[in-house]
Design a protein around this ligand. Sequence first.
Ligand code: OGA
Ligand code: ZN
Ligand code: ZN
Length: 384
Amino acid sequence: MNAIADYRTYPLISPLLSVQQHPDLIEVTWSDQRRSPFHHLWLRDNCPCPVCVYSVTREQVFEIADVAENLAAQHAEIDESGALSVRWNDGHHSRFDPGWLRAHAYDDQSRADREASRPQKQRWVAGFQLPVFDYQAVMEDDATLLQWLLAVRDTGLTQVRGVPTDPGSLSQVARRISFIRESNFGVLFNVQSKANADSNAYTAFNLPLHSDLPTRELQPGLQFLHCLVNDASGGDSRFVDGFAIAQALHEEDPQAYRLLCEVAVEFRNKDRHSDYRCLAPVIALDARGEVAEVRMANFLRGPFNMAPELMQPYYRAYRRFIEMTRQPRFQFCQRLEAGQLWCFDNRRTLHARDAFDPASGARHFQGCYVDRDELLSRILVLQR
Ligand code: OGA
Ligand code: ZN
Ligand code: ZN
């Protein structure tokens, strides 16, 4: 009769002990003595019954604006199965699983617990212990896949080894997570020194520390770079944790940090057929005020367009950020060999390559993107 509008399971952490009714809310006391208020509107809004939630999609069909403003609980009790049972003054009946209710309780302690159990980003600097995974294991074993994806989520830089070196084999690996995000450079892009290159990436130049496609409103979340051949001299990979640099900048030069968070700059990428532009700050914060994203590719940047009195301080901040990406204290450097791939959080970890000598040997990488949402969704599904 009563559905839980979810695919997850909610273990019973502590049974319900008692229920107390107040004018606007019901306060429950749990067996471990925690007390949690649940407002009438909140409970009614989360009623999991088959009238309120369509059992096939597990999505709500009810809207909280459908009930009268004077909605109140007529009767509330813990039923024989241990669930919270509420009869409303409009005749509707709701029943809440205690595991679900505890998992969504919003008293101060429950909110603090939930905050504390959020996955923590592990910031890194030079000396980073690179998480390395084996291709066969990632492809065949879901537990290894999950370990890899958690490492991508929490450290933002990983390597997979033992990958076949046939062109296109990268797409099998990326599809272990989800579908690939296509761009004007293709589903898979070929990183090779080319005549008539439409990006500095497709030359033999050194590429300074950057994120890919900062020219898009949403930068790709994950980037893969798969090495098919790397026989040329030079061309080693470099990475920095953009979140670690942002944090250091915050501590060492708060004014520069603030400017990089607040002043938007334009990134541009154009060729004969496309013209992408995005106006955004170098450091973006999330709703909690924490660093959510770093956007940086100096070679894709348009001229600064800001008030004259900001120009000098902004250049100081921008130069400072680039100088920090160049500092050995932040850099992790390693050459990618054939059959290895990098998988990193493109909105966090900046990547670079040293110049190489195309006359000394072949160098061919293939790359692709998968969005962060796909990574996070895949992790949650694997964890079910
Ligand atoms: C790129 C890039 C790195 C490399 O194509 O965007 O950063 O090692 N390539 O060639
Ligand atoms: Zn209902
Ligand atoms: Zn790149």
